[in-house]
Design a binder for this molecule. Structure first.
Ligand code: DMJ
Length: 652
């Protein structure tokens, strides 16, 4: 046998004598032969995959898919029908199906269903919500109690048509067997259900057009069909409508839209890229609150984490001698300042007084006390400072800790400060008694000095400028009807009857301000003079910018009294909005509510989605949906869980 034969020999011979095999590698020719043999074998094996039955090929595709995820560059090009199917790589398309044997087709349908199911399980982590339909735990005439969760372990959430949270990483709620109702809540009455459905369609119209024309921008210009940039959000697009509208989408069960918004928050919203001066108040009540609300509702930690990142950017505004924050802060530099127009560069009561709910809750869900410490300090300053006639002026200097001009208002510049005194008490499950006492004291002073009755019998809040009364009430102040109703029902004492009386009267007055306009929508401010009552007199007061406050009070008053007239008034507002504010590209405000053909302002405010539509949806829902015993709405209508609600999700 030749030592130089073509085939490799594993035992070499020299002169017929076996030679021990000592060489470490093959000769080039031997290597070539080995390569040809192995390559031929591999080619044959690989080719057989394509002749296997389809069920087997699926396994191949599955392996292929997994390898692809591990390192696509390692692979040869994918089989053609996988090439363009990024979303569902393991599902064959219809053209392929059409060529299939019917039995295989049946299997394929099952496979599709299984894949869908797997995907649902991966993306939609279902909380163990088991809830029953129930009438309101806070029935009319009864004080609101501590959380009273209505539930039935035998009824699964899906039976109610509830959709589980999307893409969530569920944080287990505090230990409890009870879960509040956060979706669903159909009313028993069919007309009410139809009305609610109409509101849901309105939300869809507002949202879809925002997505279509202004995605990622702050707000939508529905007539010019482009983004709108309000100065309160600074000069950069921050997706205000997304952050503000998220929880409304969720509560309404608009889950596809919610998922899209959630993914934007997770993947696109980056506070570190923001270099603008923004309003601490607006960012807090809309962005921080909207995200925290979604965290409570869904347990998805991305919402909590983003809320915390934003709040951290607000913290430099609190670095003042008194701890009263400045109004504006630059996210990049941390430099903060007050508005030049605000009485000697004062901070504004309704702004620094409307941080407590969000900051306290943020501390509880992050186990970081820094946020709560900030608002506790504000509380301390406000509690200790001397109040003229027991009233709180709208301006406070953050450097000196002294009041600015003695202007007092239940509308612009004052409003939500009063709101948060009551709501922080409710949020703490009535433990923060100091807040409730400050609320009662403040409202007694307001009743004494700022509450009036017109010649025509309408009750209203006037404004004070030092000793002078201006008989003007803002649309913004119309939230007070609902607030006083809530104060009345949440604590039975010597004040509760009076609170409810004024609540009803104010809500009636605010309805009159709508009813006395041509469009049946209310003006920004209305006056009480000898010639006119509940009507705007100046041209700069006649506009309606899709504000919620009047509808907000209808919502509370309906829930608290069950008087059907509030639902009817809400429906009147829906019809007026549809008639005058709806345009093909969304919803717009009006420049003059008294005009037969009002000029439209071409802005769809983010609070229209956050508040106006949410309150409308809830007034036409069963009371158990976001029950007032379990939730407390922040000033932008973002629901926060009451302490003790298992969805409070306090950090360990
Ligand atoms: C909302 O942003 C909040 O309700 C705020 O407290 C004042 N009002 C606007 C909407 O009108």
């Amino acid at each position: 046998m030749s030592a130089t034969g073509i085939l490799p020999t594993y035992q070499r011979f020299v002169n017929g004598v076996p030679v021990p095999f000592s060489r470490k590698s093959f000769k080039p020719r031997e290597k070539y032969v080995i390569f040809v043999v192995v390559a031929t074998f591999a080619l044959v094996c690989f080719g057989t995959f394509f002749y296997l039955p389809s069920s087997s090929t699926d396994s191949v595709y599955k392996v292929y898919d997994q390898i692809k995820r591990a390192g696509p560059e390692l692979l040869i090009p994918p089989p053609p029908h996988l090439e363009n199917s990024r979303e569902a790589p393991r599902i064959l398309r219809h053209e392929d199906d059409a060529r299939m044997d019917p039995h295989i087709l049946g299997d394929r349908e099952k496979l599709k269903a299984k894949i869908e199911e797997d995907r649902e399980l991966k993306v939609l982590e279902r909380p163990d919500l088991v809830i029953k339909r129930s009438s309101s735990p806070s029935s009319a005439g009864q004080p609101l109690n501590a959380p009273n969760y209505q539930m039935d372990m035998n009824v699964a959430a899906e039976e109610l048509g509830m959709q589980p949270p999307l893409n969530v990483v569920t944080v287990p709620p505090a230990s409890s067997d009870h879960y509040p109702l956060i979706q669903g809540g159909d009313d028993r009455d069919s007309v009410t259900r139809e009305r609610r459905n109409k509101v849901k369609q309105m939300m869809k119209h507002a949202w879809d057009n925002y997505v279509r024309y202004a995605w990622g921008k702050n707000e939508l210009k529905p007539i010019s069909k482009r983004g709108h940039q309000a100065s309160v959000f600074g000069s950069q697009p921050l997706g205000a409508t997304i952050l503000d509208g998220l929880d409304t989408l969720y509560i309404m069960g608009l889950n596809k839209e919610f998922r899209q918004a959630r993914d934007w928050v997770a993947n696109e919203f980056d506070v570190d890229q923001v270099s603008a001066d923004v309003s601490v108040f607006e960012v807090n009540i809309r962005f921080v609150a909207g995200l925290l609300s979604c965290f409570a509702l869904t347990g998805d930690t991305i919402f909590r984490d983003k809320a915390q990142q934003i709040a951290d950017k607000l913290l430099p505004a609190f670095n003042t001698p008194t701890g009263i924050p400045n109004a504006l802060v630059n996210f990049k530099t941390g430099v903060s300042r007050n508005y030049g127009w605000a009485s000697s560069s004062s901070s504004i009561l309704s702004e620094f007084g409307t941080l407590h709910m969000e900051f306290a809750y943020l501390s509880d869900v992050t186990a970081k006390s820094v946020y709560r410490n900030k608002v506790d300090k504000i509380r301390h300053v406000l509690r200790e400072i001397e109040k003229p006639n027991g009233l709180y002026p709208n301006y406070l200097n953050p450097r000196t800790g002294k009041w600015g001009q003695h202007h007092m208002s239940m509308g612009a510049l004052g409003d939500s400060f009063y709101e948060y005194l009551l709501k922080v008490w409710l949020q703490t499950n009535k433990e923060d008694v100091e807040a409730r006492e400050m609320f009662d004291d403040a409202i007694q002073a307001v009743f004494k000095h700022m509450l009036f009755k017109s010649t025509g019998g309408l009750t209203y809040f006037g404004e004070l400028k030092f000793e002078r009364v201006e008989h003007k009430m803002d649309h913004l102040a119309c939230f007070a009807g609902g607030l006083l109703g809530l104060a009345s029902k949440s604590l039975a004492n010597e004040l509760s009857t009076r609170y409810m009386e004024v609540a009803k009267q104010l809500t009636h007055t605010c309805h009159e301000s709508y009813d006395r306009s041509y469009t049946k929508l209310g003006p920004e401010s209305f006056r009480f003079t000898e010639g006119a009552e509940a009507k705007a007199l100046k041209s700069g007061e006649k506009y309606y910018i899709l504000r919620p406050e009047v509808i907000e009070s209808y919502f509370y008053m309906y829930r608290l009294t069950k008087d059907e007239k509030y639902r009817e008034w809400a429906w009147e507002a829906v019809q007026a909005i549809e008639k005058y504010c709806r345009v093909p590209g969304g919803y717009t405000g009006l420049k003059n509510v008294y005009s037969e053909e009002p000029i439209q302002d071409d802005v769809q405010q983010s609070f229209f989605l956050a508040e106006t539509l949410k309150y409308l949806y809830l007034i036409f829902s069963d009371d158990s949906l976001i029950s007032l015993d379990e939730w407390v709405f922040n000033t932008e209508a973002h629901p926060f869980p009451v302490k003790g609600n298992p969805l409070y999700r306090e950090a360990a």
